[in-house]
Design a protein around this ligand. Structure first.
Ligand SMILES: *Cc1c(COP(=O)(O)O)cnc(C)c1O
Length: 403
């Protein structure tokens, strides 16, 4: 049957017959986007407060971004890393500028960026002592991706359980608990990896004192500090990278999700000191990573961040979002707490939020959870107060029903 004679329900049935069942998808087939709205194949309109899990920072159909991609398609899509290409040369330089790091490696996803970051840290330690049993300290409730290395440091044992020995020996500590870090660190620790604001794990921001103490410990012991900024980075907290609010700089960091605003691209960056003493020719590579199309996307994204003043907009507008969410917390017993930074907020609820999210979806608002009991608010970074009001007008009755 041709696609345009199928109903949405039929499309979903066909997909469920063909695709591996690894996701619990919303029962919606999306068709196109416009601004901060999405439309399904039956024409229903949704206000998007999940932005493709923090990817679509610029919203949909940004003309400048789309024209840049179209122009790149007409030139060249791929070169391999046997060659240099202009978009990658520019993108690397600009990522250095916005991140304050010294060296950039392009990958294709967040998980791959984490893989590279871990390899760099382990190689750095290997260069010091030649040992092959280094450990990494990670945090409970962290999320770093689904590939084996990233999974090793993901603090949700359920994700690791079935998959045997992990390539990277991790010891887990707790967010904002320096004693637990001190307990987890051993003579073999080569790195501490963390999200500056935990995303999947429930929107948990790291406190400044905690980051400071971890940084100090890392300096004392020559342990590398890795910040995974895949979700909290790229302006989401009102800073290009979340650590910049405190000026507590990592040795290695990762970026992805909004870095390409829809084109799959990731990157890990490091200081000169790490670059000089870790990965060298032959240690790491990728076929697609840093290809001209992906890097044209990065450049267009960074152009638009500047032109639209994205970080300033988030800083200016986030207090309104926080105020509106705080009002919900005050009004409804079902809501226990709001936490987060900028446009990365969590509403911690008294019970499962699945019903609230489904009800919002019925009424044209897309949200996601972060854990069973937390509603995650992750809108495009271009939303305005008007759209925050619209979101609240749909979320509030859904919460009222959950009371
Ligand atoms: C999403 C995410 C990843 C994994 O990124 P993928 O592109 O899905 O591989 C890694 N770290 C964090 C913090 C994330 O939120």
């Amino acid at each position: 049957m041709s696609q345009n004679t199928m109903t949405m329900k039929m499309m979903i049935e066909q997909a469920e017959n063909d695709l591996l069942h690894t996701y619990n998808r919303y029962q919606v087939v999306l068709d196109h986007g416009e601004g901060v709205y999405l439309y399904d194949v039956e024409g229903k309109k949704y206000l998007d407060f999940m932005s493709g899990i923090g990817v679509f920072a610029l919203g949909y159909s940004n003309e400048y971004y789309e024209n840049a991609l179209k122009a790149q398609i007409d030139k060249i899509l791929h070169t391999s890393n046997y060659f240099y290409n202009v978009p990658a040369i520019n993108a690397a330089h600009r990522i250095k500028e916005v991140s304050g790091m010294d060296r950039v490696f392009f990958a294709n996803s967040g998980a791959e960026a984490v893989e590279g970051a871990l390899k760099a840290a382990i190689k750095y330690a290997y260069n010091k002592d030649g040992a092959s049993d280094h450990q990494v300290v990670a945090l409970e409730h962290s999320f770093h991706g689904r590939t084996y290395g990233a999974l090793s440091v993901t603090g949700n044992s359920h994700y690791r359980e079935a998959f045997g020995a992990m390539p990277c020996e991790a010891r887990f500590a707790r967010m904002n608990d320096m004693d637990s870090i001190l307990e987890a660190v051993t003579d073999k620790t080569c790195a501490i990896i963390m999200e500056v604001v935990q995303g999947e794990g429930g929107i948990v921001p790291a406190k400044e004192e905690f980051l400071k103490a971890v940084r100090k410990l890392c300096d004392e012991k020559d342990i590398l500090l890795i910040f995974d900024e895949v979700q909290c980075g790229m302006g989401r907290t009102g800073y290009m990278y979340a650590w910049q609010k405190f000026g507590i700089k990592p040795d290695i960091m990762t970026s992805a999700k909004a870095l390409g605003c829809g084109v799959p691209v990731g990157a890990f960056m490091m200081t000169q000191k790490v670059a000089d003493n870790s990965l060298t020719a032959g240690d790491h590579g990728t076929t697609y990573g840093g290809n001209p199309f992906a890097c044209a996307a990065v450049n267009a994204v960074l152009d638009q961040y500047e032109a639209l003043g994205i970080t300033e907009h988030v800083k200016k507008t986030a207090p309104y979002l926080e105020k509106k969410l705080d009002e919900l917390v005050a009004k409804y017993d079902f809501c226990l707490e709001r936490r987060g930074r900028g446009f990365m907020q969590g509403l911690v609820c008294r019970g499962p939020v699945k019903g609230v999210i489904a009800d919002a979806m019925d009424h044209g608002l897309i949200l996601i959870n972060a854990g069973a009991d937390i509603i995650r608010i992750l809108p495009p970074l271009v939303i305005t107060e008007r759209e925050i009001d619209e979101m609240i007008s749909i979320l509030e009755p859904a919460l009222a029903k959950a009371e």
